[in-house]
Design a protein around this ligand. Structure first.
Ligand SMILES: Cc1ncc(COP(=O)(O)O)c(C=O)c1O
Length: 426
């Protein structure tokens, strides 16, 4: 008998964050267009989470597809040490004016975790280049910054990192800000500064929305206070905008909500419109200058084979073009409005806790406060979502939406309707 793609997949592939023994067969997607994915049997799914938060303007957008194709026929890849190319230069020239004004240089890599690794290494080596050892980092307790060892170390000590805990380096964790704990978090930050005085090199945070930690949302005020404290003690502020970047929170970068400019910004996911992997770590002249020397030992010791891949850079430039052409910020405002209406309505539901939104991101907890990532609620609701043609992947009992910006009002309201219906059987 001829096996389906899904069956052949199970014979040979191993999927991320998936318990292969009990998970249903992976759905084989054959093609995609706009906010829709189509499986091998022609069934349509609305991509309510932008395929792990990467897609921006819709799937298979012809302009990005053409830009990649044209670039592939010209130059597909070249070593990025000693060589450069037009797409990387154009991307950096286009991106810098969109970033906070203090950002002057861009270091490219190939995903979100590597963008974070490069940021951490910049901070540590900044001081090492001046003969100082400052290696401690402050992070929020529920943060997620990636799956490599450095990025895991600055992430929550939770189910994601448990098996690797003995190998993770020590980090000073402070509480994740909420609506009511600002004073406590600021005091914890101050305590860390007092305790470790000259050892702390960086404070890393997901600005305003902690993604994998459960779409936890907090205000700019407390972050301004923490960043101001950091600045007073020469602690570099790393804004991990891997998820929040490129419009997700309602502004182009979440850092635009802040009064203080981060020293480093990590970007990835949406940067290529969701077509190809690319990471970017952007930084200030001050940090760059600490490496700028005739002493070779002071160069930044970091790089990846696919650093600055021309196809990814060409996709990123095309995505920026679409931002302008398609009036993307207007679409974002529309999604924000629909989120607001839904949150107002669903907050009254007896099974819903803490419905909230920030820009294009909507989240709510089912039945109880935020639970474990492995909460069984997910297994109950996901088959219903799939059956009804909606791709949602709750974080534990936190159901969230983070759609591509091309999503129609009708489709987003349909997703909300399906979420509401799913509350009936949990
Ligand atoms: C805030 C944040 N930082 C870093 C990462 C890691 O990115 P990647 O999965 O591309 O390594 C993620 C991924 O979800 C993220 O949400």
């Amino acid at each position: 008998m001829i096996k389906s793609i899904s069956e052949r997949d199970a014979d040979v592939l191993w999927h991320p964050y998936t318990q292969m023994k009990i998970a249903p067969l992976s759905i084989a997607i054959e093609k995609a267009e706009g906010a829709y994915l189509f499986d091998e049997n022609g069934k349509k799914y609305i991509d309510a989470i932008s395929s792990w938060w990467v897609n921006m303007h819709g799937h298979a957008h012809p302009e990005i597809a053409n830009a990649i194709s044209e670039q592939a026929h010209k130059l597909e890849q070249v070593i990025f040490a000693g060589f450069t190319h037009q797409p990387a230069v154009e991307l950096a020239e286009r991106l810098l004016p969109l970033l906070p004004k203090n950002q002057k240089k861009i270091f490219l890599s190939d995903n979100g975790s590597t963008a974070v690794e490069a940021a951490l290494k910049m901070c540590i080596q900044f001081f090492a280049n001046q003969g100082m050892q400052k290696t401690k980092i402050i992070a929020f307790k529920e943060s997620y910054h990636g799956d490599t060892f450095g990025s895991m170390s600055v992430s929550a000590r939770d189910v994601f990192t448990k098996p690797f805990r003995p190998l993770l380096f020590d980090v000073v964790f402070i509480d994740t800000p909420t609506a009511s704990n600002a004073n406590k978090v600021v005091a914890q930050f101050q305590k860390a500064v007092d305790e470790f005085k000259d050892e702390i090199c960086a404070f890393i945070f997901e600005p305003l929305v902690l993604g994998s930690g459960g779409m936890l949302m907090y205000g700019a005020e407390v972050l301004n206070q923490l960043m101001s404290l950091a600045k007073q003690h020469q602690i570099f502020c790393i804004a991990d905008e891997v998820m929040t970047g490129f419009g997700r929170t309602g502004k182009f970068f979440a850092s635009e909500y802040l009064n203080i400019e981060p020293d480093i910004i990590c970007l990835s996911k949406g940067i290529t419109g969701g077509f190809l992997p690319l990471g970017a770590t952007t930084t200030t002249k001050e940090i760059y200058d600490a490496f700028y020397s005739s002493d070779k030992y002071k160069m930044l010791f970091h790089g990846h084979s696919y650093t600055g891949n021309p196809l990814a850079c060409a996709a990123a430039v095309a995505s920026l073009n679409i931002w302008e052409k398609e009036n993307t910020l207007e679409k974002i405002k529309q999604i924000e409005l629909l989120n607001k209406n839904f949150v107002e309505k669903i907050s009254k539901h007896p099974k819903v806790k803490n419905a909230r939104f920030k820009g294009t991101i909507m989240a709510l907890e089912i039945n109880s406060d935020k639970g474990d990532y492995l909460s069984p609620i997910k297994e109950k609701v996901v088959p219903f979502y799939i059956e009804n043609g909606v791709l949602l992947r709750p974080l534990g009992n936190t159901v969230y939406t983070l759609p591509p910006y091309c999503i129609s009002e009708k489709d987003l309201n349909y997703i909300f309707e399906i979420i509401e219906q799913s509350l009936d059987f949990v």
